[in-house]
Design a protein around this ligand. Structure first.
Ligand code: SF4
Length: 340
């Protein structure tokens, strides 16, 4: 989601956040040091309209919008109203917490042109939510998601992997429970250890085990296909790379500028493993493992080979092939693989 696609992001770092979620430092994540005022909203919209496709959407990110005092919500939303009336903005989206949603709030958002609500579910495991300092329960997320859908908004759910107290099984179960809520889209953020957060201190004290890039790739390669099979679009996987994060604010954890690509590549490796062990053709290849020839869509060749040929090397090591050759086959669709 970038401004180029017609989204004008406006950051309100930590506004309305009554809890210190252990992993969060919106100032370092977004690079915005101060929450936007109504005047800032006007300025950001003007600047955004000058550079992106119209009608655009303005998006309040980085805080808990519906948990800030109503007068402040109205001031921020009010600044966007002239642009909605002129047709330069088509709608507003915002992110908030599951325990900051109720019927009067939703009515107010409707009246002010909000069409998309992003809820930070993060996990559907109460133990993980407690250890992460979220201050809400999984039941709050279920309740809020149902209200938002009933009221006719588009619902985006955000989940995290590798939070304190979680593991691959718990993250997978959270994904399953999030799918059951039928969101219109999801964002998946594997945990990054950001400086100046409680999580950074826990990690330094040895009380939190880092969710590595490899851990994130493993679990996301498992849950991404679950969302795809359910017809739910994953609009983001991994924190947006920024100079601030790359420059040292991301001290550890699953920060990688191409995390989504790594995950797609792992999904393709897993598919080949299944093809080799679960099909007649695959078992024939395994019977005389010399060169393995694979075909895929032209755009997927490098994903299937893997970064620095890691998939090809893994297949040689696991199954005893001497080499793996991947060729493009234009009739194949995205992610499809055949034996050559
Ligand atoms: S994760 Fe969301 S609710 Fe928690 S501190 Fe950050 S912005 Fe606030």
């Amino acid at each position: 989601m970038t401004a180029r696609r017609g989204i004008i992001p406006i950051f309100i770092p930590h506004l309305g956040c009554g809890h210190d979620c252990v992993f969060c430092n919106q100032k370092r994540i977004s690079g915005a040091l101060h929450p936007a005022s109504a005047q800032d909203v006007t300025r950001e919209i003007e600047a955004g309209l000058a550079r992106c496709r119209r009608p655009a959407q303005c998006a309040f990110y980085g805080g808990s919008f519906t948990a800030i005092p109503v007068s402040e919500q109205l001031a921020l939303l009010g600044a966007a109203q002239p642009y909605l009336r002129s047709g330069e903005l088509e709608s507003i989206r915002l992110s908030t917490r599951p325990d900051a949603i109720d019927e009067p709030t939703l009515e107010r958002l409707h009246e002010h042109g909000v069409s998309v609500i992003e809820l930070g579910a993060q996990s559907m495991d109460d133990d993980v939510l407690i250890k992460s300092g979220r201050g809400h329960s999984a039941a709050d997320t279920v309740h809020a998601a149902e209200m938002i859908k009933r009221a006719g908004f588009l619902l985006v759910l955000q989940m995290m992997t590798g939070l304190p107290g979680s593991d691959e099984a718990r993250d997978t179960e959270s994904a399953r429970r999030i799918i059951a809520l039928s969101p219109d889209a999801v964002r998946i953020y594997p945990t990054v250890i950001i400086r100046d957060t409680p999580l950074y201190e826990l990690w330094r004290q040895g009380k939190y085990t880092e969710h590595t890039v490899e851990d994130a790739v493993c679990v996301c390669a498992r849950i991404l296909p679950m969302f795809e099979r359910a017809g739910i679009t994953v609009i983001r996987l991994g924190l947006n790379p920024t100079d601030e994060l790359s420059g040292g604010s991301a001290a550890g954890g699953a920060y990688h500028p191409a995390l989504g690509e790594l995950v797609k590549s792992r999904i393709m490796l897993n598919r080949v493993r299944e093809m080799l062990t679960g099909t007649e053709q695959g078992r024939e290849r395994l019977a005389s493992p010399k060169q393995l020839r694979l075909l895929t869509a032209p755009a997927c060749v490098s994903q299937l080979i893997g970064q620095h040929s890691c998939n090809a090397e893994a297949l040689c090591a696991e199954f005893g092939f001497q080499s793996v050759k991947v060729s493009p086959l234009p009739r194949l669709g995205d992610g499809e693989i055949e034996f050559g």
